[in-house]
Design a protein around this ligand. Structure first.
Ligand code: CA2
Length: 144
């Protein structure tokens, strides 16, 4: 099984600012969590982070015919990007949206997710563990 894990804008700053919201662990800790969880589950994983909407669209397109599923935290693009929504729909790979924080209980503008409309599941408010939960979800979903 092959998974692509995409992280959107500013998530490379994890652990540097706003630890009260996003926790104290850094982006490299997130990378290690994803790599270790996938290794234990026998999953081949590709990690991708970008601050650019078009680069994220390109990476989703590249996944077509290569990856079995996508885990995506589009960050702020969650709430704005019809381009990422369209790319997810176009490649038609199963996708799970992850948010570190509980987007339902923050500012009103974070409650709506365009990208979530193309995802089979959303995991929010679980901190970095949400990525581990998404990987385990795929293990059960694709291993069925
Ligand atoms: O809760 C999440 O995972 C979010 O996707 C995080 C985004 C936010 O725009 C979404 O509404 C919810 C923001 C990511 C910014 O990450 C930072 C990390 C450290 C310091 C500053 C920003």
């Amino acid at each position: 099984m092959k998974l692509l894990v995409i992280n959107g804008p500013n998530l490379n700053l994890l652990g540097i600012r706003e630890p009260e919201l996003y926790g104290g662990q850094g982006y490299s800790d997130l990378e290690r969590l994803v790599q270790d969880t996938c290794a234990e589950a026998g999953i081949t994983v590709t990690l991708f982070q970008s601050n650019h909407e078009g680069a994220i669209v390109d990476e989703i397109q590249r996944a077509y015919g290569i990856q079995d599923g996508i885990i995506i935290n589009p960050a702020a693009y969650t709430h704005t990007s019809i381009a990422i929504l369209d790319a997810l729909k176009a490649v038609a790979l199963p996708a799970v949206e992850v948010h570190i924080t509980d987007i339902e209980n923050r500012e009103v503008f974070r409650r709506h997710s365009y990208t979530g409309m193309a995802c089979i599941k959303t995991i929010a408010g679980q901190g970095l563990d949400g990525y581990r939960q998404a990987i385990l979800f795929f293990q059960a979903y694709l291993g069925r």
